[in-house]
Design a protein around this ligand. Sequence first.
Ligand SMILES: [Zn+2]
Length: 227
Amino acid sequence: MAYHTGDRPASVWENRKRFLSIWGLIPEQIIAGKQIHGIGVHPVDSLDLGRGSRQGTAIPDCDALISKSSDVVLAAFSADCLLVYLADVYRGAIAIIHAGWKGLLKEIIGEVIEAFTRELGGKPKSTLAAISPGICFDCFEIGEDVAAAFRNKGWSKFLSPQNNYSHHRYLLNLEEVCRLQLENAGLFQSNIQVSGYCTRCYPDYFYSHRRDGEKTGRMMGFISLKG
Ligand SMILES: [Zn+2]
């Protein structure tokens, strides 16, 4: 579904077209960012249509999109990283977030919810969140340096030492770090839905960067308001 991993652009376009047609949407409606594992949040509306729909047009430095426009399809791509969807249904405000360990370490969720509140008038107490499939706790091994960075944030409870075959290796629970940040930003626990599927554990369903390497495909997630 993404252009940046070497698939033929015409095939990517066709895949997006088939996928979106299920909801009566078209690939021209896609707005997407060039994801850099940063914390760039971009408010977009119908004037931004086309940014990210064709190869080379994605919004630079953009790991999150927010909008109140009913004709846009906010899209993001992943193959192990989490995608987080937000919707304040009362105010018609939506967001999509690409959140891997780097983005979560930089607290991207709080950053997006702040922009969502400031720019769109979204309210955390009436916002629903969904967390996509992503790499699970058992599959996501990290080194001492990354573990130390999470420990320094006070998040050691999301780490577990991996002592089977190697010292100084840890497992990291990305999904729970994500949930904590949503709750810290003011969302109700009961308004957070988690897929629970692991991208690495289910090769028949998902691409996984950890399992398949750099050149694997990308899933697309999107969120859109009903017009
Ligand atoms: Zn797994």
